[in-house]
Design a protein around this ligand. Structure first.
Ligand code: GUN
Length: 283
């Protein structure tokens, strides 16, 4: 069984990206800038944003965090996005989710200029992705694809089963896998017999945020298992994934740990996406 070490792969990619950025700066260009908008005091979001800021700095991207009060008006939030859209020194804009419940997230995500949309959530990017064109792809799905590639785990002709079909992870990842020649099955809350599907998976991917929803009896021996879920175990206070790792790992051929698997890949992909937009802005 191989542990897919997202932390190590992300670190390697971080060094590669830092080099590319330092080359641009040496050539007299400005640094890439990533703006992150955080609304309210969601604890997990604050931790994520702080982490993104640190990694940005580590690769040479200028981070700009805009922390808005949870009572900010709709106009103020639109105004903040608009101002960043127009600012020539900003390459990427990330609106940290979730927003407080009174906001319709989609309205604000779609207000971000496509050429600054580091998350790849704009309909233009989604449409291009659906048709298999180069675009800005969402960070977690692309991070998973890059992690598999790093370990030379091909998805071509494989049965891939996706558990969890969110707009930001499950659906885009399924499309990307399909574009790479996988046969993709998507399971959601309405799926009658999840195990019937997961048992047939060469590559099983779970992104539900439900602790230990994937148990050993659901996994085909020698499958590759990718765990995108992350929750805090209230008993141990530790971060855990969707997969019952202790029991599942021994029967797999490869598996991602939580933490240290997909999470670090998401963050480095965000930086890579920022750099991709930056390069377009330079030209
Ligand atoms: N919150 C949790 N995951 C994400 C993500 O991928 N993008 C944004 N903007 N917010 C998130």
């Amino acid at each position: 069984m191989k542990i897919l070490d997202g932390k190590a792969v992300a670190l390697k990619r971080r060094q590669q990206l830092a080099q590319l950025i330092s080359r641009e700066v040496s050539a007299g260009n400005r640094r890439p800038t990533l703006a992150v908008i955080l609304v309210g005091n969601d604890e997990a979001s604050q931790v994520y944003v702080k982490h993104k800021t640190q990694i940005a700095q580590a690769v040479g991207i200028e981070p700009l965090t805009i922390h808005l009060d949870k009572n900010v008006s709709h106009e103020q939030l639109y105004g903040t996005i608009d101002k960043l859209n127009l600012d020539k020194n900003i390459d990427g804009i990330l609106l940290q989710l979730p927003l407080p419940k009174r906001f319709v997230e989609e309205d604000y995500l779609q207000a971000i200029e496509p050429n600054k949309d580091v998350d790849g959530f704009h309909y233009i990017h989604q449409g291009k992705m659906l048709q298999g064109y180069d675009s800005i792809y969402p960070c977690t799905p692309l991070g998973v694809i890059n992690l598999l590639a790093e370990y030379q785990i091909s998805v071509h002709k494989k049965n891939v089963v996706m558990v969890g079909t969110s707009n930001i992870v499950g659906k885009p990842l399924a499309v990307m896998l399909l574009n790479l020649g996988a046969t993709v099955t998507m399971c959601n809350q309405n799926t009658q017999d999840i195990k019937m599907h997961t048992k047939a998976a060469d590559i099983l991917i779970s992104a539900t945020g439900k602790q230990f929803i994937i148990t050993k009896d659901m996994v085909k021996p020698q499958a590759t298992v990718i765990d995108i879920g992350i929750t805090r175990d209230l008993k141990t206070n530790k971060l855990v994934g969707d997969v019952d790792y202790i029991n599942v790992a021994p029967i797999t051929s490869a598996i991602t740990p939580v933490p240290g698997g997909v999470g670090p890949m998401t963050v480095i992909t965000l930086m890579e996406n920022t750099f991709k937009l930056y390069q377009k802005h330079l030209n």
